[in-house]
Ligand binder design. Sequence first.
Ligand SMILES: *Cc1c(COP(=O)(O)O)cnc(C)c1O
Length: 378
Amino acid sequence: MINFVNLQAQRCAYRQELESAEKEILDSGAYIGGSEVAKLEEELSLRTTGSHVITCGSGTDALTLALLALDVQPGDEVVVPDFTFIAPAECVARLGATPVFADIHPATLQISPESVQKLIGSKTKGIVAVNLFGQCAPYAELRKIADEHGLWILEDSAQAFGATQSDAQVFRSTQGDARIFSDNQGGRPACTFGDISITSFYPTKPLGCYGDGGAVFTKNKELAHKVRMLANHGSEARYQHEIIGLNSRLDALQAAVLRVKLRHFDEEIKRRAEIAAQYNAFFAGIEGISPQEIAAGNTSTYAQYTVMVENRAEFLYKLDKAGIPHCIHYPAPLHRQPCFAGLPKGPCGAAEAASESVVSLPMCAFTPIQDILERLSK
Ligand SMILES: *Cc1c(COP(=O)(O)O)cnc(C)c1O
């Protein structure tokens, strides 16, 4: 049997390390916070060019904490992509603000700066950019728009911790100089492009724990301080509450699991890219199926390996017959969700089209790609 994401194979591969880390925490008597969480935050900081890192209860909590720290108020408008998981739009709406839905690029599926530009009005406070399926959104263009209008950028990197975007690309987009654009290596890491950025450690994300978990990243000391207070009941000193907060924290056990997985993370990201390259080579010879395009200068974590298919019903039938699991990320643009009825949006033709053509295929560092490609060629 082929798994969509094979978490058991991963556990088998790192079993000794995981079990010894888990046992240490369970025997320690300290289950919330403590040195394991602090060490994880340090390691995450090292991987995000020294950002302040605050771990928390989930990616969704991380979004809410970031929006609260940015002081999003009822009546504010925040531009979000129309084609993604619901969390960014949901968290904006939860705080009484209005998510405004922007269209996407039809090939990379990332939020479209042109569409964002058209949606900015007097109530707009910021942009949530989602690094969809594991590659970074077009930050050079988004940053230019944000700077012009005095907006913040919240980077939702729930799917893309470990991805990079080359500064050369950023430079090219701002300066229009194609000669600089050559390297695809050593780019700037995801979670450093927003004024504030978040990720998720949900089990099937590229870096996942064994439950819920998330983190907030920022270079801004004041924002970091505020997020840490917000996540701890608005409190800095015990039983003294400066602002209205909430409880959102990562367990020590999850931190221990993540620290083990981090040791293997670069290897896994490399393996995922190899598997994606094999899928790409296979689909290059097939009419009517095109993989999500990875923009020049980006590396992807391939949180999803997603193709756009002209005749989706026929392809799904073929996958079912071949015993290849699949998912549709996502079956409808967000503006069509009943909970968002009547909210403002741009023309979202590319988001509509994507929702009708996308199919995600099995992807993790343990995906049996040869077997899958053999089944597909029959
Ligand atoms: C998974 C995901 C989230 C939410 O993360 P949780 O940890 O499940 O709360 C937010 N945004 C995007 C784009 C996601 O894929």
